[in-house]
Design a binder for this molecule. Structure first.
Ligand SMILES: [Zn+2]
Length: 555
């Protein structure tokens, strides 16, 4: 079966039939109407977006027996011959296969003869950037002194590879990628014409994979027909394209909702039997959970880029989980996505991750316990300061304050929030707040935010305080957390108020994508570790709790 069947069969014959690229078509039509034609055109743009198709329609429009016209008749011998690629005045040359100097010389020989019965001799050179430099130079000679009634239409996916001397002699048009919606609509139209049954899910998957190229979309539809016959579903396309079907992710969230351990293990078995890439599964699951979260937070499916049917299902799914549940699931999925790459036993990692996801209620209890630990921590710090306060004048204490790796340094800061007696004495210190102090109390800050707005606190928890720019606190989020940043910045005034209550300092907020500079976080990690070991030594129960729940103390 020929690969380009549908693309050929449904190739537009007139300007009106072309999908998109209106900016190009209007200008070309105006040139035809005003009879101001250039000698050379350059059509630049991605593959499969209509460059040679429009070149051919343009050629027909110029040479049509009823032309020049913006609506070539497709009935005169010129139009018919061009449609069949056998018109002697319109020559299509593939730069990729005819890139020799000889060929261009040959072409120049032919230019000596006037166009036979047409009005123009038109050379459509596809992939013109593939011509060798010497072929280009030979071509340039022709462009410098173009014979009358000769037109070149160059098409290229890589205009940057074309000599500036050629570029400067061409009228250039930049073609755009075709939108997913237009590709979907056109493929749906083709399917109807061809009596192919295809579901919306399959259309979306094909359009996504086509990545703006109508020709690729049509080729994929061709392949789908030869692969699955005339009834095409999302599932069969997913198989064909090696994409993991969305159904498997809905199955996963269903299993999590029902806390069905057996089904969870069956699911993982299926993933392995089907030979799915584990990273792809995890990133797909992440995307799936984010979609549910967005539906949950916004209460609508408007911001989801998916089919209507799936949008409805995401919205329905969102009522099965709390925002916290979803954030916890996303955390597990993201952590596993990172860790599984280094794991000697990825299957075990995935099983543990999924079983952990089933323990949503349990993990809530762990969260409560961690809150308890933080309370203990604060109490411990408060008692620390009471003993430290008796020797406030000691230079030893001052030194501790500036050393970020000293585990007890944080206690001075925390005491300000918990013990009013000491606060007055320490306010000046607080004014010179540094990032280590903020990092130390970040958890408390997030908790305070959660008391006001639980989702906001959870979003904030995905970020990390990175550094201070004057009185602006810069919080960095992972590169995929654009949605979080928006939500956080929306509530910046509220957050700044909470920051002020906690630190007695007016700070502004700024959110950035990407990772924090490493030095600070390394210092901080070290700091936390020291701090943790000191804390667990003093309160052995913490160690036990962490061991029992296989947990770790997070900053
Ligand atoms: Zn015609």
């Amino acid at each position: 079966m020929s690969y380009l069947v549908l693309a050929r069969k449904f190739r537009p014959m007139t300007f009106d039939e072309v999908i998109d690229q209106k900016h190009v078509i209007v200008t070309l039509q105006n040139a035809i109407k005003s009879e101001r034609l250039a000698n050379a055109y350059l059509f630049a743009g991605p593959r499969g977006v209509g460059k040679t198709t429009i070149a051919r329609i343009f050629a027909k429009a110029i040479n049509c027996a009823k032309g020049p016209t913006i609506t070539p008749c497709n009935q005169c011998s010129s139009c018919i011959e061009i449609n069949q690629s056998r018109n002697i005045d319109v020559l299509e040359i593939d730069g990729a296969s005819n890139n020799g100097v000889d060929h261009v010389r040959n072409l120049r020989e032919k230019l000596k003869y006037v166009p036979s019965h047409g009005k123009y001799k038109i050379y459509i050179i596809d992939e013109v950037h593939m011509l060798t430099d010497s072929a280009f130079n030979a071509l340039l000679k022709t462009l410098e002194e173009p014979p009358p009634n000769v037109m070149f239409i160059f098409a290229t996916t890589e205009p940057n590879k074309i000599l500036p001397t050629i570029l400067s002699r061409c009228q250039r048009f930049d073609f755009k990628r075709i939108s997913q919606t237009e590709i979907i609509n056109h493929l749906r139209y083709i399917a109807t014409q061809e009596s192919i049954t295809i579901d919306e899910d399959a259309l979306h998957l094909i359009a996504r994979k086509a990545d703006g190229s109508m020709r690729d979309g049509q080729s994929l539809l061709d392949q789908a027909v030869s692969f699955t016959g005339d009834e095409i579903t999302g599932k069969s396309i997913a198989n064909l394209l090696g994409i993991i079907d969305n159904e498997i992710f809905f199955r996963a969230t269903d299993i999590i909702k029902k806390r069905d351990q057996n089904e969870a293990l069956n699911l993982i078995d299926d993933i392995f039997v089907n030979g799915f890439d584990l990273n792809e599964f995890l990133s797909g699951l992440n995307e799936h959970l984010r979609n549910i979260l967005i539906a949950k937070v916004t209460g609508s499916a408007d911001n989801l880029y998916t089919t209507d049917a799936y949008a409805k299902r995401y919205l329905a799914c969102s009522s099965d989980f709390s925002e916290n549940d979803l954030l916890r699931l996303i955390k597990i999925a993201s952590d596993t996505e990172i860790n599984i790459k280094r794991s000697a036993n990825p299957r075990l990692k995935l099983e543990i991750a999924l079983l952990n996801m089933l323990r949503l209620d349990n993990s809530k209890r762990v969260d409560d316990l961690l809150d308890g630990i933080h309370e203990l921590k604060n109490q411990l710090m408060a008692s620390n300061i009471t003993s430290a306060a008796t020797t406030t004048s000691s230079p030893d204490v001052e030194k501790k304050k500036v050393s970020p790796t000293d585990p007890s340094a944080g206690s001075v800061i925390t005491a300000i929030g918990t013990s009013d007696d000491e606060a007055g004495q320490n306010i000046q210190d607080v004014a010179e707040i540094d990032i280590v102090e903020i990092k130390e109390k970040w958890h408390q800050f997030v908790d305070d935010v959660k008391k006001n707005k639980i989702a906001l606190g959870s979003f904030l928890n995905e970020g990390e305080p990175s550094y201070l720019e004057g009185d602006t606190l810069v919080i960095s989020f992972g590169s995929r957390n654009g949605f979080h940043i928006k939500s956080v910045m929306k509530y910046a005034p509220l957050l700044e108020t909470i920051l002020y209550k906690l630190f007695n300092v007016h700070l502004h907020l700024k959110c950035i994508k990407g990772n924090a500079p490493s030095t600070d976080s390394r210092v901080m990690a070290n700091y936390s570790e020291n701090y943790l070991s000191q804390l667990t030594n003093r309160i052995p129960q913490i160690k036990t709790i962490l061991e029992v729940f296989d947990g770790e103390l997070v900053r």
